[in-house]
Write a protein that binds this ligand. Structure first.
Ligand SMILES: NC(=O)c1ccc[n+]([C@@H]2O[C@H](COP(=O)([O-])OP(=O)(O)OC[C@H]3O[C@@H](n4cnc5c(N)ncnc54)[C@H](O)[C@@H]3O)[C@@H](O)[C@H]2O)c1
Length: 303
């Protein structure tokens, strides 16, 4: 098995699970945002520090039966500032990984994103919504998906595309981590970027790992695209209030908003997950309310 981007947030959790299931796991990551701590304690793992843009290096790796392709430039505002780099990593990098899959005749699971839908009015959003990305990140993921479709159609590769909503859990990055960092620096004030009325569909990383593994092992997943979310949307201001309540800071911390969203931001992410529930028999088990407390505690313990 071969995991690109395995030193990142989702990759860490996937690697942990896979290393308990197989003794033949390669994690391939250039550590641009990933951390070596995320892989070094895993048993049965061969770690390769390299770039997916290095096709020669990719081809020189041992033959893989399954490739989980997670490596990506994942930051939306960064993609707007650096569209070429974003395209290189997410579009050309995906094409390179697909070439390795073609050479190995490997099964592929590709990590795509809610960003491919952009600001859609169809809420909750089903997979049939169509592409309308509002960021360079979303567009480069569309290109990655399109190449996956092409490799399925023309080369007969077994590929599954998973569009993730907002994934959270231990070691995550993103809005929850950002809020906790801000509060620990200054518990008097919590600034939200944008109006706070933007909302997200939060899905726990352990549910995501289950979806990834099911996609690589279930015949009904081949050639399919699935939304992976919780199927519920939470405004960012409500998220801030829940976090402050857990921390016992509701009375102390003042929430402020910049009222200016970041470049390429989406107003609402809210997935229709009926297809994945029906076809793959996957359903999210962990709700945001149930786990935020645990997540905050775990983060405190890591220091
Ligand atoms: N976390 C989320 O909420 C979320 C939502 C939607 C989609 N996704 C997708 O899921 C995947 C994993 O996301 P994540 O949250 O774990 O991100 P992450 O940034 O934590 O992990 C990405 C990993 O890819 C590696 N990487 C980046 N460029 C590379 C390159 N050129 N060559 C080799 N390795 C490279 C990084 O070092 C990092 O370890 C990404 O494809 C992302 O677009 C994540």
């Amino acid at each position: 098995m071969f995991v690109t981007g395995g030193a990142g947030f989702i990759g860490f959790h996937l690697g942990k699970k896979l290393s308990s299931l197989t003794s033949n796991l390669t994690i391939y990551d250039n550590l641009s945002s990933g951390k070596v701590e995320n892989v070094k304690h895993l048993p049965n793992v061969h770690f390769v520090k390299a770039d997916i843009l290095n096709l020669k290096k990719l081809h020189s790796q041992e033959k893989a039966d399954v490739i989980y392709h997670l490596a990506a430039q994942v930051v939306v505002p960064y993609s707007m500032e650096n569209p070429i780099e974003d395209f290189e990593t997410n579009a050309r990098g995906t094409l390179n990984v697909l070439e390795k899959a073609r050479k190995d005749d490997a099964r592929v699971v590709f990590a795509s994103s809610a960003a491919v839908y952009g600001n859609t009015t169809q809420l909750p959003t089903p997979e049939t919504n169509g592409f309308s990305p509002d960021s360079c990140y979303g567009l480069s993921k569309v290109v990655g998906e399109r190449y996956c479709n092409m490799y399925t159609k023309q080369y007969g590769l077994d590929i599954t595309i998973l569009r993730f909503a907002n994934v959270y859990g231990p070691r995550c990055h993103g809005v929850i981590e950002d809020f906790l960092n801000k509060i620990s620096r200054n518990p008097e004030q919590l600034e939200i970027i944008g109006s706070g009325m933007q909302s997200r569909d939060f899905v726990h990383v352990s549910d995501v790992v289950e979806a990834l593994i099911l996609s690589a092992t279930s015949d009904v997943a081949i050639g399919e695209t699935f939304n992976i979310g919780f199927g519920k949307t939470t405004t960012i201001i409500d998220l801030a209030k829940i976090i402050l309540k857990i921390l016992g800071l509701s009375e102390k911390t003042v929430i402020t908003t910049t009222n200016v969203p970041w470049h390429g931001d989406i107003k609402t992410i809210w997935f229709d997950i009926s297809k994945v529930k029906k076809t793959l028999r996957w359903h999210p088990k962990i709700s945001l309310e149930d786990t935020l407390k645990e997540l905050i505690l775990e983060r405190k313990m890591r220091g």
